[in-house]
Write a protein that binds this ligand. Structure first.
Ligand SMILES: NC(=O)c1ccc[n+]([C@@H]2O[C@H](COP(=O)([O-])OP(=O)(O)OC[C@H]3O[C@@H](n4cnc5c(N)ncnc54)[C@H](O)[C@@H]3O)[C@@H](O)[C@H]2O)c1
Ligand SMILES: [Fe+2]
Length: 382
């Protein structure tokens, strides 16, 4: 690791972590004179009993929440516009995202849109749009209900174009939540398939962040501890969940997202095109691709893989042993080893490779990835 210039490290979010922390929401709102929050969630979470309990609790405390849940599984721009219309017409004073990465992304994009009314994609970070995020934003609170994306502590929202399905990133430090209520009790009933896919997303964040190019020892320490927590809890959280495994997965997913301010890598660039082209769940796409992406990264980075292997308490302290661990973990949590099993066909590979090379994640990969490399990796994983 060489420090060849000045780097910025940020760790600013207040996190209330632990079983029951979501019950503090009402008092927090009252203390901050916020009586009319817009609650952004998805249609499934809106029907769950813990969600209804949160809303009823707020009403009992004389607060007036308004729920917006009309969003897509991979959120699109029109979801954000609709939610902003609800914010305006019902005269809201704050925004609370409750849900998985999709709901939290829409909530964060509405936070941006409330006082920034140019076309949403003018603020796309990849074309330097973050410089236009200059106005104040509403008070923003996040409550995660999956343990995967860690979007609750993030500063970006991934929103796709309604027609082209191309994913854009809205980014600004202003989009950080003021406070996160991370309550593992809300994740207790997550179905095993979602636990597995989102858990592998969290593992991918921690591993890719640890390996990413930027010199950032703070994040590397967090990422290794995140990997260790997942090693000790993912299988249990999927196959026989208890509060301890759910708690460890929730904090590890949050740690992965803190760590990936350092950057992500080749696995996320392999995964993103599967969601754009085939609507594959983000975590599942990472889960199937991670063994292949990590295998690609070993050469030249044997020492870093040795540290991952040590963290995973593997007998052999090598990159190859880490790759084997990833395949074995996928087997234990019922994730397929091959892309063909999740609907990818040979004729998709050229388009997937075009999308992957244009993706924002791989420039931070420890070693460069070419379009040809992406083609080879997809072919190997097929
Ligand atoms: N902003 C970021 O930094 C970032 C990073 C990675 C991914 N993402 C985005 O996050 C999204 C994926 O998020 P995700 O993996 O959390 O999945 P998700 O939000 O799509 O949720 C997966 C499913 O789980 C359900 N669910 C959520 N909480 C539940 C609970 N407690 N009990 C039962 N069911 C529950 C949801 O209704 C949904 O059907 C993608 O849209 C991706 O683009 C954002
Ligand atoms: Fe991810």
């Amino acid at each position: 690791m060489t420090f060849d210039k000045i780097y910025q490290y940020n760790f600013p979010t207040t996190i209330r972590f632990g079983a029951g922390s979501s019950k503090e929401l009402g008092d927090y709102l009252s203390k901050n004179n916020l009586a009319k929050p817009l609650i952004v969630t998805d249609g499934t979470v809106a029907q769950l009993s813990f969600f209804k309990d949160i809303i009823n609790d707020l009403k009992k405390k004389n607060l007036s929440p308004e729920v917006f849940s009309d969003i897509h599984k991979n959120p699109v721009k029109s979801d954000v516009y609709k939610g902003t219309d609800v914010y305006d017409s019902s005269k809201r004073d704050s925004i609370i995202g409750i849900g998985g990465g999709a709901a939290l992304d829409v909530a964060r994009a509405i936070v941006l849109r409330v006082n920034h009314r140019e076309d949403l994609f003018k603020y796309d970070d990849l074309i330097g749009g973050d410089v236009y995020v200059t106005n104040d934003v509403p008070h923003f609170i996040t409550i995660p209900t999956t343990a995967g994306t860690g979007s609750e502590v993030g500063r970006s929202a991934i929103i796709a174009d309604d027609e082209t399905h191309q994913k854009k990133i809205l980014f600004s430090p202003k989009l950080l939540a003021k406070i996160v209520f991370a309550d593992p009790l809300l994740t207790m009933e997550l179905p095993s398939f979602i636990t597995a896919a989102t858990g592998m997303d969290a593992l991918t964040h921690n591993m890719e962040a640890f390996l990413a190019k930027m010199p950032h020892p703070l994040c590397e320490g967090i990422a290794l501890e995140g990997i260790s927590l997942i090693n000790h809890s993912l299988e249990k959280a999927v196959n026989s969940p208890d509060l301890e495994s759910r708690s460890k997965m929730l904090i590890a997913s949050l740690m992965g997202a803190v760590a990936f301010q350092k950057g992500l890598g080749v696995v996320h660039s392999l995964a993103h095109p599967l969601s754009s082209l085939l609507d594959t769940h983000h975590g599942l796409a990472n889960a199937v691709n991670i063994p292949y992406g990590m295998e690609f990264n070993i050469e030249g980075f044997e020492n870093k893989f040795k540290r991952i292997a040590l963290t995973l308490e593997l007998k052999e302290e090598t990159g190859e042993a880490v790759v084997k661990y990833l395949f074995d973990m996928n087997s234990k949590i019922n994730i397929p080893h091959k892309l063909a099993e999740i609907g990818v066909k040979p004729e998709h590979i050229e388009t997937l490779a075009d999308l992957a090379i244009a993706d924002f994640a791989h420039p931070n990969n420890p070693k460069p990835v070419s379009r040809e490399n992406f083609k080879e990796l997809y072919t190997k994983a097929l």
